[in-house]
Design a binder for this molecule. Structure first.
Ligand code: PLP
Length: 392
């Protein structure tokens, strides 16, 4: 073939992190088949869907099987019943988002990757370490990316500074991988900076349901955010939808760049390239916001946070520094005795067969750190904690 390909793909780093973890774990298991490995590295949920979501899913599937209630293509921006529910969800924590500014999608990852379609050639800023989708989607479209160091000094929450110019800023709070969450005061600083510099914030709130200390659950908790921020969110971690797929993006009607409404562009982008989320999935997502649905979601989150507590109290006991585990299912710890992320990974695998995620895989500033997650079962987490207690 002689066609030209998108040469920006050559600039992507290999998907090294999870394939390398898989390789090392497989090699260890082949050598020691008798050893039980406990995984605290996954970012995927393990509890089943909340019962109210399952009933709604089943009922909607039945509707699709009957001539009178069958539905064809869904509206490309989401059914009104779900957009209204999401708007009510925002209202439940004091944020006013009209249903019409909410665009339902098949998940936050797609929206994080697709949002670049409506943006021109801006400088793009994001924290290091970072959720890799922001980085890779910008590299694929040939954008210049600048990194903002997230480190122990700034509590893993970079703030606007001298190195920040006008551009597009990715913020994720509570953060993956560090588990740190911006306070309202810190977010206000970002919003003020964006308004003053003419920048756009792309705010990833995928873990908003884990906020437990009154930190903002949405960038729109801050005045002025509707003039400078898009927010991307997901049912994946709130309601266990990682395998069911539903998310949404808020593009406020107020947002414009030189008189052009971002909402108009995103509407056009979605109408052209996206054909909506299936009806049963949207009914299941709607059910997550019912009284019983929300209770079941919060029970599941509470279960994961028990795991986070087990891990955090071990680290407290051992005097190991960490962030997260409070507003987030992630715990980001400093590898003891100055070991590197991968050395620590190998040490835990060899000595106690506990698998986590080396921080270096999320960016240069992740070197010397390690991510543990609380998405496992109580039994596995307790076992991992006991093994680590004996080792560290
Ligand atoms: N944003 C962040 C920060 C995440 O950690 C994840 C998944 O782990 C996503 C988005 C993806 O969410 P979804 O499952 O809705 O695509």
């Amino acid at each position: 073939m002689k066609i030209k390909l998108n040469c920006n793909f050559e600039n992507l780093s290999e998907n090294y992190l999870f394939s390398e973890i898989g390789k090392r774990v497989r090699a260890y298991s082949e050598k020691h088949p008798e050893k039980k490995i406990v995984r605290l590295g996954i970012g995927d949920v393990t509890l089943p869907l909340p019962a109210p979501c399952v009933s709604a899913f089943e009922n909607a599937a039945k509707e699709m099987g009957s001539k009178d209630t069958f539905r064809g293509y869904p509206p490309e921006y989401g059914y009104d019943f779900l957009r209204t529910r999401i708007s009510e969800h925002y209202a439940s924590f004091g944020v006013d988002i009209p249903a019409d500014d909410i665009f339902v999608s098949d998940g936050a990852k797609s929206d994080c990757g697709n949002i670049v379609d409506i943006l021109g050639d801006n400088t793009v800023y994001m924290p290091d370490p970072v959720y890799p989708v922001y980085m890779d989607s910008n590299i694929m479209s040939g954008r210049e990316v600048r990194l903002l160091e997230a480190n122990a000094q700034n509590g893993f929450l970079p703030m606007p500074g001298e190195e920040c110019g006008r551009g597009v800023y990715y913020l994720c709070s509570p953060n993956n991988p560090t588990g740190a969450a911006y306070s309202e005061k810190q977010l206000k600083e970002w919003v003020d900076f964006a308004l003053k510099s003419g920048s756009l914030i792309i705010y990833d709130a995928a873990y908003e349901a884990f906020v437990s200390d009154g930190s903002p659950r949405s960038v729109y908790a801050v005045d002025g955010a509707k003039e400078c921020a898009v927010e991307i969110c997901s049912f994946s971690k709130t309601a266990g939808f990682t395998g069911t797929r539903c998310g949404y993006t808020v593009v406020p009607a107020e947002l414009d760049a030189d008189g052009v409404k971002l909402k108009k562009l995103w509407s056009r982008r979605q109408a052209t390239k996206f054909n909506g989320v299936s009806y049963p999935v949207q009914r299941a997502a709607e059910a997550a916001y019912s009284e019983e649905g929300m209770k079941a979601c919060l029970d599941n989150i509470g279960y994961y946070m028990e795991n986070a507590k087990m891990i955090a109290s071990l680290l407290d006991e051992k005097g190991i520094k960490y962030t997260g585990g409070k507003n987030s299912p992630y715990i980001w710890l400093e590898c003891p005795n100055g070991t590197s992320s991968w050395e620590f990974f190998d040490y835990l695998l060899e000595k106690v067969q506990v698998v986590g995620t080396p921080g270096a895989g999320f960016g240069k500033c992740g070197e010397g750190y390690f991510r543990l997650t609380s998405f496992g079962s109580h039994e596995d987490t307790a076992e991992a904690v006991e093994r680590l207690r004996g080792l560290l």
